[in-house]
Design a protein around this ligand. Structure first.
Ligand SMILES: [Zn+2]
Length: 86
């Protein structure tokens, strides 16, 4: 599964940000806001947004793990018929 966090412009909420090659300067293509602190500044301003994403990743990963665990337990119980999970 692909997990990506898209940085947003904190002024207009647009994800259409233009990063220069050296990432020392970022410009929003939507409202024209310029982040002179570059990539680091945008990440800093997106901290809350990023934290939310990480939280949802965690939930997704937990769900995946649970499903894997359940399916592997099911295959064990199928192989060993005397062993049952209640
Ligand atoms: Zn903007």
């Amino acid at each position: 599964m692909k997990r990506e966090i898209t940085l947003r412009c904190t002024t207009c909420g647009s994800e259409d940000l233009e990063f220069t090659q050296v990432q020392s300067h970022v410009k929003c293509n939507c409202c024209g806001r310029e982040y002179l602190g570059g990539y680091d500044e945008v990440v800093e301003l997106n901290q809350e947004h990023i934290t939310q994403h990480i939280e949802s990743f965690k939930t997704e990963i937990e769900k995946e793990l649970k499903q894997k665990l359940i399916s592997s337990l099911n295959s064990i119980t199928r192989k060993h018929k005397c062993f049952k999970i209640k």
